[in-house]
Design a protein around this ligand. Structure first.
Ligand code: KAF
Ligand code: ZN
Length: 665
């Protein structure tokens, strides 16, 4: 109650930050009813607090209204409490409470075993991961059978939701097959993470940092071809048959549980009727494709000038190894080749970071400082003690970055990041990305175990990226001493937007095609004989790129991208790259930003932080459109924010490309 009055003490502060009491004995439907009422009351208060009135008068009105509503509120809660849930539902709720606690404890063990292996790849640790995975599967299957005995038809939405989650499974019933699946999974990830390429002089190179470094920095066409090809030859072929077996086993598990294939289950995370997710992302892609096509044509022209028209034609697909990134998924590393106005002040801060003596720890502290500035949580001490922030030199590890929730009880926090940090701007961005996952973990720690997840997987991916949209503005980089000069003219702005587009717009068709490939692999449209052809057909169609040398179906180029051997779904990143601009736009509005969206920096805005926190705290407890609404006011994935952000650039690109033949077919 006291919070209420505190809130009204500050006259023009909105009351949206106030948490109205919501007793958890009520059913979800009842709780929702109360929440709706709460919103009505808040709107009424806001409306009454007329801007033109005297301050004092306004306070009085708010006070009396609040008092009246509080009485009604408490009366309503009492009457709802009397409407008790049925005995069956009470039993179900009790069963769920125990389930959630046991799940939490099992998740802790699961995370521990996986962490041990990911930070020290050994046969012994791999064997432990397999054992824990089998244990988890066995337990989940047992619990699923128990859960199915409840008739949930009359239960509240919240109880139904939990049962649905428990009974949606793709697990194989046969234990030998379960083991086979778990073993192939760890094997595939091991091939990727321990892959090396040896040169004629006997020195051997790893993907991270060696081969990725060559692709990022070398401007020698043949050297680039060598690095690109060697990585694929090293890891692809050894994976191919195993991958086909892995797909078959996953599909068998899905089919045993009544699903057409594993792709249906993967898409299920978005809680849309099957087919609708693909429809939604396709529609979004159609809207952003014109912008991508402009960027593609501009970059193609620059690459053709750099490497020669015999290497890069100005009308067709671009060879995939020239983008500064092993997978051509983001193109920011070739900013130096494509920079529109080279005489403008530098905007890449990598060199400055090295000059200023940044190391991994300082980069993480820099990121943490931003999250704290908007009122999100600092990293707990255990984070600093237990995370792996750089590549150790005494053992093999999985270098691909990840964030880990050890399903702590509040107060006993254990969250970690595993990353092989390098001192450059790209990794500063990745750190914000990973820390975004951690902030989500911390903000939904009070949720039931089943709900300790993102509103959908794309939300989880978007949190840190949203923050990084502020951090990477030249204005902010200057604030933290990483840039000395910031231009204030249109040329500088175009440089700035182009650099951003190389990271964000270039990514979109890649983010889309990966799971288009896997959905078709799972459905059987793309068979093992056609894995590589199917892959390149999509790469060519969506990204407008082609392999630098001829590929055959003996190759397995998908395996050279981490998320394929690790079995991590990818459409989440496409979702995220659209949604993060929606979030950014909404938070900027909350922070009172005015001016172009790409100039907005929400640093130190508690209002923006609160808005974000409110959404994050929902975890996975509600379908994602509700979480989307909580932060943006609308329920849809909508590319208008990203299009607005890049509007000045798109206009400029159109002018530059007016004599180009756009596209690649
Ligand atoms: C995103 C942002 C910038 C560039 C590129 C991307 C896409 C993608 C990529 O291709 O690199 N990004 C990542 O893979 C970042 C790693 C991660 O944070 O998304 C990580 C991937 C992962 C690793 C191991 C097991 C499962 C997933 N995801 C997480 O650590 C994570 C995600 C959700 C909840 C908890 C942790
Ligand atoms: Zn991530």
């Amino acid at each position: 109650m006291w919070k209420f009055w505190l809130c009204f003490g500050a006259v023009f502060l909105s009351c949206s930050g106030y948490t109205w009491p919501l007793p958890d004995q009520l059913s979800a439907a009842q709780q929702r009813e109360l929440k709706e009422l709460q919103q009505d009351v808040e709107t009424e208060i806001e409306e009454l607090c007329c801007q033109n009135e005297l301050k004092r008068c306004c306070v009085e009105k708010k006070k009396s209204l609040a008092q009246r509503n509080m009485e009604e509120w408490e009366g309503l809660i009492d009457s709802l409490k009397e409407l008790k849930s049925t005995p069956d539902e009470e039993e179900a709720i009790k069963w769920l409470e125990e389930y959630n606690e046991e799940l939490r404890q099992r998740n802790v063990r699961n995370a521990e075993a996986n962490w041990a292996q990911a930070t020290n790849i050994t046969d012994e640790n791999a064997a432990k991961v397999v054992e824990v995975t089998l244990e988890v599967t066995k337990w989940s299957l047992k619990k699923m059978e128990e859960a199915k005995k409840f008739d949930t038809s009359g239960f509240s939405d919240d109880v139904k939701r939990q049962f649905k989650m428990i009974t949606t499974s793709g697990s194989l019933s046969d234990e030998d097959k379960q083991r086979q699946l778990a073993e192939i999974g760890t094997e595939l990830e091991k091939i990727y993470s321990t892959g090396t390429v040896c040169q004629a002089d006997g020195t051997c190179l790893k993907l991270d940092p060696d081969l990725e470094g060559i692709i990022a920095k070398s401007r020698d066409y043949d050297r680039l071809t060598w690095a690109w090809l060697s990585w694929r030859d090293a890891v692809g072929p050894p994976m191919k048959d195993k991958y086909a077996q892995w797909v078959a086993l996953l599909n068998e598990g899905a089919q045993e549980n009544g699903f057409a294939d594993k792709g249906v289950l993967w898409r299920g995370a978005y809680e849309m009727p099957d087919g609708k997710l693909e429809e939604m992302v396709d529609a979004v892609w159609e809207q952003v494709k014109p912008l991508y096509t402009q960027l593609h044509a501009y970059v193609r022209r620059k690459l053709s000038e750099k490497y020669g028209a015999d290497k890069v034609s100005t009308t067709g697909h671009i060879p995939a190894h020239l983008f500064g990134n092993m997978w051509a998924q983001q193109w920011n590393n070739i900013y130096d080749i494509v920079v529109p106005f080279p005489d403008q002040p530098e905007i890449d801060v990598s060199d400055t970071m090295v000059e200023q003596g940044y190391d991994a720890l300082r980069m993480f502290k820099t990121a943490e400082e931003f999250f704290k500035s908007i009122g999100l949580r600092p990293m707990p001490q255990t984070f600093w003690d237990k995370s792996m922030l750089t590549r150790p030199d005494d053992r093999e590890v999985v270098c691909h970055g990840s964030a880990w929730d050890f399903y702590h009880l509040p107060g006993d926090t254990d969250v970690r990041i595993k990353m092989c940090t390098k001192v450059n701007q790209e990794d500063l961005y990745v750190i914000h990305h990973e820390m975004g996952h951690i902030e989500y973990f911390l903000t939904y720690e009070d949720q039931k175990t089943l709900y300790r997840g993102g509103a959908n997987p794309g939300f989880h991916e978007a949190v840190g990226d949203t923050i990084a949209l502020s951090v990477n503005t030249p204005g902010h980089l200057k604030k933290i001493g990483l840039l000395q000069n910031v231009g204030h003219n249109q040329d500088f702005e175009i440089n700035e937007l182009l650099k951003m587009a190389l990271a964000k717009v270039a990514f979109l068709p890649f983010g889309l095609m990966i799971d288009k490939w896997r959905w078709r692999v799972f459905s059987g449209d793309i068979t093992p004989d056609n894995y590589n052809t199917g892959w390149w057909n999509l790469r060519m169609k969506y990204q407008g790129i082609k392999p630098p040398v001829e590929r055959t179906n003996k190759d397995f180029d998908p395996g050279a991208k981490y998320h394929i051997p690790s079995g991590t779904p990818y459409i989440r990143y496409f979702f995220s790259f659209i949604a993060q601009f929606q979030f950014h736009q909404a938070l900027c509005k909350e922070a009172g930003h005015d001016g172009p969206l790409h100039k907005c920096d929400i640093y130190e805005s508690k209002a923006a932080g609160t808005k974000l926190k409110n959404m994050l705290s929902m975890g996975e407890s509600r379908p994602w459109p509700e979480a989307m609404k909580a932060i943006t006011g609308q329920e849809k994935l909508d590319p208008s924010a990203i299009l607005k952000y890049f509007e000045p650039l798109e206009k400029w690109l159109r002018e530059q490309n007016k004599d180009e033949k756009l596209g690649w077919d």
